[in-house]
Design a protein around this ligand. Sequence first.
Ligand code: GLP
Length: 255
Amino acid sequence: MRKIQVRIFDNAETAAVYSAAIVEQVIRSKPKSVLGLATGSTPIALYKQLVDFHRSGLSMAGVTTINLDEYVGLAPDHPQSYSYYMHHHLFDHVDIPESQIHLLRGDAEDLEQECQRYDNIIRSHTIDLQILGIGVNGHIGFNEPDSALKANTHVVQLAPETIQANSRFFTAEETVPTQAITVGLQAILLAKQVLLLAFGKEKAKVIYEAVKGDVRTSLPASLLQVHPNVTFVLDRAAAEVLIEHGFYTSTPPRA
Ligand code: GLP
């Protein structure tokens, strides 16, 4: 049985370099790769590194991207939209043609139709590498803990802890969105390879549960245990509880 592979780095910067090197490897072995991309504060260092790699010679011109999620109600030019985030951190600085970039429209008039449009895109692609972050409650994309999860792209009511965690990106005058559109579990689990990044001690407990706990819809990231090629890329803080429980990679992390 394959387990989730875990790599623990001294800090988030090194973890981001490692992750970017994997992305480069995927692109070099298949220039027309399809990348599933995530947002949040965690992958920012990875995107910065990819921009550096691009400036030093990595072409991403053949790459297609499919983002995971978007806030309902935010237009792509809203500074807190994930569309804005992706352009700001990655797309404006690399050579992926706009026609190969797929993002959800949180401001679509008909959200159901928007979900179907996105599922058609997902169906016509195989994601070679899916980048994920993780919510403090174990969500991936915006698949929130629940008694049942959805396979396809859908509108989701955000959990109170997610709204709370994401409110740090919004000014006092702005209202934090309470709904989002997210790809479902099928798109994530059908990716050929998954790289989940997590940094910081507030993720340590959920990381332990996702890797070692039972597979359960109340902790969506635990479903990754059934995928054959998943690597969790962690800094020491996010790996703290795993380490407390005796988890070591081949060599114990330095004290
Ligand atoms: C957000 C995103 C997720 C992300 C997570 C963690 O709400 N929808 O894709 O992985 O929350 O965010 P952060 O990296 O800022 O902790």
